[in-house]
Design a protein around this ligand. Structure first.
Ligand code: MN
Length: 216
């Protein structure tokens, strides 16, 4: 996961990894220290109970400590209009933090789905996405279609309050979301931290986040 840190550092930011805590006062203090919040990908998935469902498929569940921390962080960061960038599982956290739900297993639940868990290396894009015209994402990437990598078996189902879709895969799977009322609260389902060195579209995502953070 060091690539998240490298991306922030390579593109002019100062990365700071936050220690996990459930204490709201401490989370407030942590957010006071930073100019932006990057919610990283996670590996294990959120417990479906967090969005009111029972677990229907086999997958690893994130510890309640990490889930609680990330959900609180996301809510409190958006509340104070701190720039928030969610990547993969981090985007799913952003959605669930605002009352959204997740597709628990794309292959089992989405008919005709693409292979969203690519077998090839993460530095190789594997499917395209269509960027929603007029979205903040479209102003960042400046292309209607972008090739992305894909390493997820879950996806956004219903959107959290205030969030809108900014990108979809050809099979209809949601690949990005954003909060139009916020300065920068944006998530992508792919992994730009593997692509920013070779592809300007993905570099611009981090640059847009860092530019907003620099204005805080
Ligand atoms: Mn995908």
């Amino acid at each position: 996961r060091a690539r998240y840190v490298s991306a922030i550092q390579d593109l002019g930011g100062t990365p700071l990894i936050l220690p996990m805590t459930q204490d709201t006062k401490v989370i407030k203090g942590l957010l006071d220290l930073v100019d932006g919040l990057l919610l990283t990908g996670s590996g294990p998935d959120l417990d479906p109970a967090l969005y009111g469902e029972s677990k229907r498929f086999k997958f690893k569940i994130m510890s309640p400590e990490r889930a609680g921390f990330e959900l609180k962080l996301a809510q409190m960061a958006v509340d104070r209009d701190l720039p928030v960038f969610g990547v993969c599982g981090g985007m799913q956290v952003l959605n669930v933090a605002f009352g959204g739900t997740l597709v628990q297993d794309i292959a089992s639940e989405v008919k005709g789905a693409l292979a969203h868990q690519q077998k090839t290396a993460a530095v190789e894009p594997s499917h395209e996405i269509r960027v929603t015209h007029g979205s903040q994402l479209s102003k960042i990437v400046r292309e209607p279609v972008v090739w992305v990598n894909s390493s997820h078996h879950q996806a956004i189902k219903s959107l959290g309050q205030g969030l809108v879709v900014n990108a979809t895969a050809p099979d209809g799977v949601i690949e990005g979301l954003e909060h139009p009322e916020c300065g920068f609260a944006l998530g992508v389902q792919w992994h730009p931290e593997f692509l920013y060195r070779q592809d300007e579209h993905h570099r611009r995502l981090f640059e847009a986040f860092l530019k907003k953070a620099a204005q805080v």
